[in-house]
Design a protein around this ligand. Structure first.
Ligand SMILES: Nc1ncnc2c1ncn2[C@@H]1O[C@H](COP(=O)(O)OP(=O)(O)OP(=O)(O)O)[C@@H](O)[C@H]1O
Ligand SMILES: O=C(O)C1=C[C@@H](O)[C@@H](O)[C@H](O)C1
Ligand SMILES: [Mg+2]
Length: 171
């Protein structure tokens, strides 16, 4: 029997892409990352898409892709861009059509991780450390209402392949 798609959601740097890829390998299910799909389609990096076409264009591409994935895919493990759940009714779409897992992480930890990978993330690329810290705090406040609407909010301890495989076997 086909299983539902699983969507990993959460703030930039939460580890959605990393964990979704590992879990898909373990469960022998297809791995899809919305950022990577959009980069492939446009043959451009995310920072290039933002600078040449703007954020609104990117958000439209995310929503179009999400709608296509929902129609075409089953059994897939999908990591979505950090902002995708917070635009265009996408959170409801994912909840209505799959299992949503929120990778909730403390802001301090997100800051430590994002400091090292700012360049590939246009919204934080140009921020100093103190600006980055403030940005994370503010954005999480703004976005939590969407993220916290996930079917499952994963604690830090649950954010590993073993715990997730166990959790899924019980659902
Ligand atoms: N469990 C972990 N422990 C330590 N570092 C991690 C862990 N998971 C991911 N990272 C690191 O954190 C950074 C961000 O991870 P990743 O790209 O998976 O996040 P993301 O949630 O997909 O972010 P985005 O929303 O920007 O796509 C990477 O440098 C990755 O190596
Ligand atoms: O949180 C966000 O708005 C983003 C997260 C990344 O996954 C990318 O989708 C992009 O850098 C924007
Ligand atoms: Mg990612």
């Amino acid at each position: 029997m086909d299983a539902k798609n699983i969507f990993f959601i959460g703030f930039m740097g939460a580890g959605k892409t990393t964990l979704a890829k590992k879990l898909a390998n373990r469960l022998n299910r297809e791995f899809i990352d919305t950022d990577k799909e959009i980069e492939k389609t446009w043959n451009m990096s995310i920072p290039q898409i933002f600078s040449e076409h703007g954020e609104l264009f990117f958000r439209t591409q995310e929503s179009l892709l999400l709608n296509q994935l929902i129609k075409k895919k089953q059994n897939s493990i999908i990591s979505v861009g950090g902002g995708l759940p917070c635009h265009n009714n996408n959170m409801k779409l994912m909840n209505d059509n799959g299992l949503t897992f929120y990778l909730k992480r403390p802001t301090k930890e997100l800051f430590q991780r994002l400091r090292n990978v700012k360049q590939s993330r246009p919204l934080i690329q140009a921020l100093s450390d103190s600006e980055l810290s403030a940005f994370i705090e503010d954005k999480i406040k703004e976005r939590s209402v969407f993220y916290e609407g996930a079917k499952v909010i994963l604690t830090r301890e649950q954010q590993n392949v073993k715990s997730l495989a166990e959790l899924l076997s019980k659902l």
